[in-house]
Design a protein around this ligand. Structure first.
Ligand code: S3P
Length: 455
């Protein structure tokens, strides 16, 4: 079946869900493809010459918005009957001016990376998103892109809806990231792609490097250099020949986190997760869970098209509270909500430091997690330094509450996982946004032994 071109955000209906504790989590699964890698494969495939074949693309709504946008920019991006995606690229510098608004739905990654890519093209594009995305800060990308010569008309803070006036004659810059953000780094590198000369991004803390790895895979020259102060300088040489490639998208470690934590919390569990991406810039949650006492075996480690992967064997474990250092945040930035659910069931106090960036995700995740846990009878504190302290007792939290999700897929999934381990069921007010990153989540979890139902 061929995917119909999609130009509008799909209609989402409110979908309250309830999760009740059941038996063990057992079985073997592969969670859907990595969201970060899926977005990048469509974008780079669209500016390469020739065909890019993508196996295991995440078919969540966020990525489908990227596919739709790449079509509006002139590329072909279709799914064939076997679920393999083929992208026919237009070549670097040749993206077409879209005749319609680019609707990026709920996805900050799609919006920020694509704003960077089109900024380096002589076209004008209008970006918008849903109510969550249109609240999120975009000045973090528009500021450096303006320094390169692109122009923007947006709302305050550069927020969407935003018009990008791109240019084929940007000037390369060297930019030190003020926040640890792979999205900002990637936006600048993608703008530098069609810019003559060397564009450099300096990051004090290493963030996920999928853009760098994939740019190399498509034929670009990307170098990294450790500076005297320990920061990393990442440089892309502009105007390379990009050639269509084959890509195998690993299973998303950020999605795997939900069944992993569920298996750790449920007595008798024994779960196998195949092909999970193990890029070291993404595995902070796994390091943290192991420090808490989790029994996770990383089997069959191998490389898959430039990205490390492994099969994970997870067994029920008694977890203990720990301190999670701030410098680990970039490698587990999306995993704090589900870690907080694990910490609520652990014995002792877990302190998570350096969570400021959680405030500007799909929701204010720091506030949403604290509020939801409190409703479920868990004792938590949010520090003035944007830390989160969760006091676990080693016994099941009370639960028995409905938690607000604020259009945030990971808040919804995290509290459904918590509900698998609480005395009374936990409900979420809306699970519809789970489809942005983890289509089929409810069926897959129930197939492993969970009891998640429409509320
Ligand atoms: C992403 C980077 C992270 C992460 C997001 C995906 C990416 O955002 O939260 O889900 O694919 O580059 P920041 O880099 O802004 O922290």
């Amino acid at each position: 079946m061929t995917q119909a071109p999609m130009t509008q955000a799909p209609m989402t209906h409110v979908r309250p869900l309830r999760s009740t504790a059941t038996g063990a989590i057992r079985g073997g699964i592969r969670v859907p493809g990595d969201k970060s890698i899926s977005h990048r494969s469509l974008m780079l495939g669209a500016v390469a010459v020739g065909e890019t074949v993508i196996h295991g693309l995440l078919e969540g709504e966020d990525v489908l918005h990227t596919a739709a946008a790449m079509r509006l920019l002139g590329a072909e991006a279709e799914r064939n009957d076997e679920g393999v995606w083929r992208v026919r690229g237009v070549g670097l510098g040749a993206l077409a001016e879209p005749a319609q608004v680019l609707d990026m739905g709920n996805s900050g990654t799609a919006a920020r990376l694509l704003i960077g890519l089109v900024a380096g093209h002589p076209i004008t594009c209008v970006f918008t998103g849903d109510a969550s995305l249109n609240k999120r800060p975009m000045a973090r990308v528009t500021k450096p892109l303006e320094e390169m010569g692109a122009r923007f008309v947006g709302r305050s803070g550069g927020r969407l809806p935003l018009t990008v006036v791109g240019s084929g004659e940007l000037v390369p810059i060297t930019y030190r990231l003020p926040v640890a953000s792979a999205q900002v780094k990637s936006a600048i590198l993608l703008a530098g792609l069609n810019t003559a000369g060397a564009t450099t991004v300096i990051e004090a803390e290493p963030t996920r490097d999928h853009t760098e790895l994939m740019l190399r895979h498509f034929g670009a020259t990307v170098t990294t250099e450790r500076l005297a102060d320990g920061a990393l300088a990442v440089t892309v040489i502009g105007q390379p020949e990009l050639t269509g490639r084959t890509i195998h998208v690993p299973a998303d470690p950020s999605s795997a986190a939900f069944p992993v934590v569920a298996a750790l919390l449920r007595p008798g569990s024994d779960l196998l997760l195949n092909d999970v991406g193990m890029n070291p810039r993404r595995t902070g949650l796994y390091d943290t869970l192991v420090e808490m006492g989790a029994d996770i075996a990383f089997e069959n480690r191998r490389d898959q098209a430039g990205e490390p992967v492994a099969d994970l064997r997870v067994r029920h474990s008694a977890l203990k509270g720990i301190v999670v250092p701030a410098d680990r945040a970039p490698s587990m930035i999306d995993e704090y909500p589900v870690l907080a659910a694990a910490a609520a069931c652990a014995e002792g106090t877990t302190v998570m430091l350096g969570l400021k960036e959680l405030r500007v995700k799909e929701s204010d995740r720091l506030a949403m997690v604290a509020e939801g846990l409190t409703r479920c009878g868990v004792s938590v504190e949010v520090g003035a330094d944007d830390s989160l302290t969760v006091h676990g007792t080693g016994k099941p939290p009370k639960g028995g509450a409905t938690v607000a999700t604020a259009m945030d897929h990971r808040i919804a999934m995290s509290f459904l996982v918590l509900g698998m381990a609480t005395e009374q069921p936990v409900s979420v007010d809306d699970g519809a946004f789970i489809d942005t990153s983890f289509p089929g989540f409810v069926g897959l979890m129930n197939g492993l032994g969970a009891a998640i139902v429409e509320a």
